[in-house]
Ligand binder design. Structure first.
Ligand SMILES: Nc1ncnc2c1ncn2[C@@H]1O[C@H](COP(=O)(O)OP(=O)(O)OP(=O)(O)O)[C@@H](O)[C@H]1O
Ligand SMILES: Cc1ncc(C[n+]2csc(CCOP(=O)(O)O)c2C)c(N)n1
Ligand SMILES: [Mg+2]
Ligand SMILES: [Mg+2]
Ligand SMILES: [Mg+2]
Length: 318
């Protein structure tokens, strides 16, 4: 498929955000930065056979999923999603229909978050590669940084852990279990958490892409604190509790790609957060506490009367 045809095909006929001055069609996009807000910029790419396989995913799923990964980072920074840019590497045998499917998936999710596609770049490549850069806005005192955890804080997590990893396992074994497979193919980042946490003066936040073991270590290192997690408190879907315990533990701690949120806040503000999440139907659970660290920050996992060091066991590209 020719590059110009592709660009014509995907150019939107309107923009949802009035701050888009010039969108697709010139050498670059022009944005009027939102008044009084700061701009948050994130990037995440997905590559065929690294992040997804076309054996079990259609191109619309792929579009949805890669934008979801970026939206999840915007939300984890406390910012409202606004715009995104796509860099595509497309195999030469892709046709109009293939590209349309991919952009249908992107558009479906973009619509949910009121986001605009404002530009991109197209190249040929052996495997499908989609790289997104996404932009969001945040009030300066509502940024939710990994470095904001304090000793005494409650550690919380939204949703249930390991569902995407379990979905991937079921897909590889060709077992139909729509709920978990859908959690893998079509994750929906928790935009409502922005509203639920809006009144809180301080929230430390990270999203779960690599696995909670990695995400918690990132928080501990950025905030120079220790974190203690109760294994039994980690939220798990009833159906998954039947799994072999070693496999389950691996899914919960390391599988990642749930695009749920993990973070910390003060004990006082936790009560408020729990209530607003309940009102907005966001499952949220306290899973541990933050303690002060006098040496190298670490994460401890408490299981019964056993305490073990929880290393970064999440996904790492080699
Ligand atoms: N190749 C790169 N060049 C420059 N900065 C990078 C590169 N890769 C990652 N970063 C930066 O490193 C930081 C952490 O990125 P990382 O990708 O680990 O976070 P994440 O997107 O939350 O995790 P995940 O990729 O698992 O979703 C971010 O500030 C990111 O912009
Ligand atoms: C076909 C296939 N094989 C393996 C996986 C698992 N996987 C790939 S990347 C990643 C972490 C996040 O990536 P990044 O850090 O690049 O954002 C995980 C858990 C998958 N989704 N599909
Ligand atoms: Mg990343
Ligand atoms: Mg992240
Ligand atoms: Mg990410």
């Amino acid at each position: 498929m020719k590059e110009t045809d592709l660009i014509n095909q995907i150019t939107p006929s309107f923009y949802r955000q009035s701050s888009v001055v010039t969108g697709i069609g010139d050498d670059g996009a022009v944005i009027k930065p939102p008044n009084g807000h700061e701009l948050v910029i994130v990037a995440d790419a997905m590559i065929e056979d690294v992040h997804f396989s076309l054996n079990y995913m259609n191109l619309s799923d792929v579009g949805h999923r890669v934008l979801a990964a970026n939206v999840s980072d915007l939300i984890a920074m406390g910012s409202k999603p606004l715009y995104y840019i796509i860099t595509l590497g497309v195999p030469s045998d892709y046709n109009h229909k293939d590209i349309q499917l991919l952009y249908d998936g992107l558009n479906q999710l973009a619509k949910v978050y009121n986001m605009d596609l404002i530009g991109g770049d197209t190249t040929s490549s052996n495997k499908l590669m989609i790289s997104i850069t996404a932009f969001g806005s945040v009030l300066p005192n509502r940024k939710r940084l990994r470095s904001q955890a304090d000793a005494g804080d409650v550690v919380f997590v939204t949703g249930y852990l390991g569902e995407s990893g379990y979905g991937l396992h079921l897909l590889n074994d060709q077992i139909d279990e729509d709920y978990f497979i859908n959690r893998h193919k079509r994750p929906v980042p928790r935009q409502d958490f922005l509203y639920a946490s809006e009144p809180l003066s301080r929230v430390c936040l990270n999203d779960i892409s690599d696995g909670i073991s990695t995400e918690l270590n990132e928080i501990a290192e950025a905030s120079l604190v220790n974190i203690e997690i109760n294994y039994e408190s980690l939220p798990v879907h009833e159906e998954m509790k039947k799994l072999n315990s070693t496999f389950l533990k691996e899914l919960i701690l390391s599988a990642g790609e749930d695009f749920e949120l993990v973070g910390t806040c003060s004990v006082q503000e936790w009560k408020q957060l729990e209530q607003s999440c309940q009102k907005l139907n966001i499952p949220i659970k306290s899973i541990g506490t933050v303690t002060s660290s006098s040496s190298t920050p670490k994460v401890n996992l408490i299981e019964g009367d056993q305490i073990t060091l929880l290393d970064r066991k999440g996904y790492e590209h080699s």
